[in-house]
Ligand binder design. Structure first.
Ligand code: GLN
Length: 378
């Protein structure tokens, strides 16, 4: 069989989580909480099931959930999305990203991606026949060089994929980025795919700058969000996408033949839970405390900490420790020290070594303590 994705292997999250399980290591690799979600959420799912919400949801998602999503976007970003025509509930952020790319990228269209990039973007572009144009971001701040973006932009540029807060670098877009982006896309047909699954995890008093919040960007953007990050339930695989009706119309054509609709009881539960905004407004503080705790503890190790302004990831460089490739070092860290991380080189299209590891701190304090205790042995 001729592979459609010859360069693509099993993704790094599956690989590292499996390795962590095999060696009973502390798993700070794949991003997911190791503490329970709010028991009230589970009760709500139960309630929805008992009330008979066990058949197909509408293709775009349960009506009450789309209404709550529209209210949330209005409240947080002053953005008006019509729940009937501009919002679709998806099987996680990943399905939303894949669907948006499939819906708008034609063969030979160019798609701009910033590297390190979350691993699902490029394969989706390639499957659609598009051409990935990647721009490198550089440690420690990983800021976007907009002059370079301008150079990379051609009349074939169909899509720019943005991700703020950024996985894996934990950076966030600022006002200047928004200005540059707005002027770049002005008078073009460029579409934006904005992966904002960590929208609530922004620290140090900064505000998340959503594409939804800026009229000239909103009108050309798919905005992707995730209930896994919102409710600490990554295993539920529910997210959503918001976009102006013309874009959403194309999005739905793909979504309906991919998953058709997402499981009903969890949508009903999510809709009920979202009525209380306190269920998400406290997330930034909750994770900032974890970040601070983890950073302080890590400071005693031989690692050098990279900045972390958002998301639940903390990256480190380890040039003081070894010149091994990050992909090798990450494996050795599991086997010899019992801690699993993600090597950042997995987020680049070119093979190489970045000497950077990413750790997830969405974990119980005792898990972070144990991990750091082991890392102190380095
Ligand atoms: N988003 C998660 C991470 O970055 C992984 C999700 C997945 O495993 N597909 O760790």
């Amino acid at each position: 069989i001729v592979s459609k994705l010859p360069q693509t292997a099993v993704n790094i999250f599956s690989v590292m989580s499996a390795l962590a399980n095999e060696h009973k290591a502390i798993n700070l690799s794949q991003g997911f909480p190791d503490y329970p979600c709010d028991p009230q959420l589970i009760k709500l799912v139960n309630k929805a099931m008992l009330a008979g919400h066990n058949q197909y949801a509408p293709m775009a998602g349960a009506v009450e959930l789309r209404e709550r999503i529209a209210e949330k976007a209005d409240k947080l970003y002053n953005a008006a999305y019509n729940p009937d025509t501009e919002i679709t509930v998806t099987a996680g952020g990943t399905e939303a990203i894949f669907t948006a790319i499939t819906a708008v990228v034609n063969p030979n269209d160019e798609v701009i991606i910033f590297e390190p990039a979350y691993d699902c973007y490029a394969p989706a572009v390639k499957l659609a026949g598009g051409i990935v144009k990647s721009l490198q971001l550089h440690e420690p701040d990983y800021r976007i060089d907009w002059a370079m973006v301008r150079k990379l932009t051609t009349n074939k540029t169909r899509l720019i994929i943005l991700n703020s807060p950024h996985n894996p670098t934990a950076t966030i877009l600022n006002e200047q980025d928004i200005k540059e982006l707005t002027s770049l896309v002005k008078n073009t047909d460029i579409i934006i795919l904005s992966d904002e699954v960590y929208e609530h995890l922004v620290f140090d008093g900064h505000k998340h700058l959503s594409m939804a919040a800026f009229r000239e960007l909103k009108e050309r953007s798919f905005v992707v969000a995730s209930f896994g990050k919102l409710f600490h339930t990554t295993g539920w695989k529910i997210g959503y996408c918001m976009a102006p009706s013309q874009l959403m119309n194309e999005f739905k054509k793909v979504h309906q033949y991919n998953v058709f609709s997402v499981n009903t009881p969890m949508q009903i539960a999510a809709a009920e839970y979202l009525k209380d905004e306190n269920h998400y407004l406290g997330l930034a503080d909750f994770f900032q405390q974890k970040r601070d705790y983890f950073r302080e503890a890590l400071a005693a190790t031989k690692f050098d900490l990279l900045p972390c302004s958002g998301s639940y990831f903390q990256s480190v460089t380890y040039r003081n420790v070894t010149d091994e490739k990050d992909s090798d070092f990450a494996v050795r860290l599991v086997k010899e020290f019992g801690v699993a991380s993600i090597p950042i080189s997995a987020f680049y299209s070119r093979a190489g070594n970045e000497s950077v590891l990413r750790f997830c701190f969405a974990k119980k304090q005792e898990t972070l303590d144990k991990a750091v205790e082991r890392l102190l042995n380095l």
